[in-house]
Design a protein around this ligand. Structure first.
Ligand SMILES: [Zn+2]
Length: 340
């Protein structure tokens, strides 16, 4: 079978390997059909000095597939079922896991495709408890965007920022995989969406997927326009995943008592914070990473209801790297999906 393997920083190799043994008790064997790309793949591809991992490593952090075989004691799945997989090897027994806060697992075995072998291979075995059925009618390429992109946004907007109908949200980088998802999810609950993009072509696309106001941050300061659009009141929620220089601007456009939820920090992880502003304005800044199994089910339900990911490009497995380059060069609008 095929496995796309990172053998050194920025060096991928498609290798032939032996298929896995039949699944053990409590395990299922999944035949991968689609892998969706994330910024996390790019980080892994470039190499991160602090990431504890050993190369070679099978890449691919989120995917969908179908059950190829089930082990003893597995009754929830049968061969042919469409499924997605949780993206981290949680322990399943710690308090956080038992309470359904999977992304706070106290003994996580690593993120698949980043710390440990991931999903960009034809077949893999994994514990059935980490597998979630895909509702009928949801395509593989869409389902592949549920375990990380959709569920991360679901967790950020609704569990963490508690976005309500009628509120206004600023979504940074609306053309990215999670940005485009955030626009659609926020609109679907009746929020007003302001978003930022880096060029005019993306502005059109952002409007087409539901953004009420689009700011080209290369031409205009998002702080100025956002304050103008909200009659200087500011927004209720900022969906932040860029970090860097824009972070303080995001606090400036937040209403008193507003919530800023952040992940990713793709433009830089270090910022200066004015604590006086933080407490006087009673801001809530919430860090968010990953999602729970429940968030993945909620995401798939949204897809079944017609809220689908924005797909930028579909590429074959051999072009995985081309997809990463497209994310790195910020040409992308929506998700890139690798089809098997
Ligand atoms: Zn755990």
């Amino acid at each position: 079978m095929r496995a796309l393997t990172l053998i050194a920083d920025r060096k991928l190799e498609l290798v032939e390997t032996a298929p896995p043994p039949p699944p053990a008790a409590g395990e299922v064997q999944v035949r991968i059909k689609a892998v969706a790309l994330n910024h996390l793949d790019l980080w892994g591809f470039r190499g991160m000095a602090f990431a504890k991992r050993k190369l070679p490593l099978v890449v691919g952090v989120e995917a969908a597939g179908e059950i190829a075989a089930v082990g003893a004691d597995v009754s929830d799945f049968k061969a042919g079922d469409a499924v997605v997989m949780y993206g981290a090897l949680t322990c399943g027994v710690c308090r956080a896991c038992r309470e359904g806060r999977d992304n706070l697992c106290e003994d996580v075995g690593g993120i698949m495709g980043f710390h440990i072998d991931g999903f960009a291979r034809d077949l893999l075995n994994l514990p059935a408890r980490l597998v979630i059925p895909v509702p009928r009618g949801v395509a593989m390429r869409d389902a592949a965007c549920a375990p990380i992109a959709f569920s991360t946004v679901q967790h950020m907007l609704f569990d963490n920022a508690r976005l309500e109908p009628g509120e206004t949200v600023l979504v940074h980088a609306g053309g990215s995989g999670i940005g485009s998802t955030a626009i659609k999810m926020a609109k679907a609950v009746g929020a007003t969406v302001i978003t930022t993009v880096g060029d005019d072509a993306k502005a059109e696309k952002a409007k087409a997927i539901g953004a009420d106001h689009v700011i080209n941050y290369r031409k205009e300061r998002f702080e100025t326009i956002t304050r103008k659009l909200t009659n200087k009141k500011g927004v209720d929620v900022v969906f932040e995943h860029v970090g860097g220089e824009g972070f303080n601007g995001s606090l400036l456009v937040l209403k008193r008592g507003g919530r800023l939820v952040t992940c990713g920090s793709t433009a830089g992880p270090t910022v200066t914070l004015n604590l006086m502003q933080l407490f006087q304005q009673q801001y809530r800044i919430i860090g968010s990473f990953g999602a729970s199994m429940r968030n993945i089910r909620e995401s798939l339900d949204k897809m079944a209801g017609g809220l689908l990911p924005v797909i930028d490009t579909e590429v074959p497995l051999a072009d995985f790297e081309r997809g990463l380059v497209r994310i790195e060069s910020r040409q992308v609008f929506g998700k890139i999906v690798v089809l098997f």
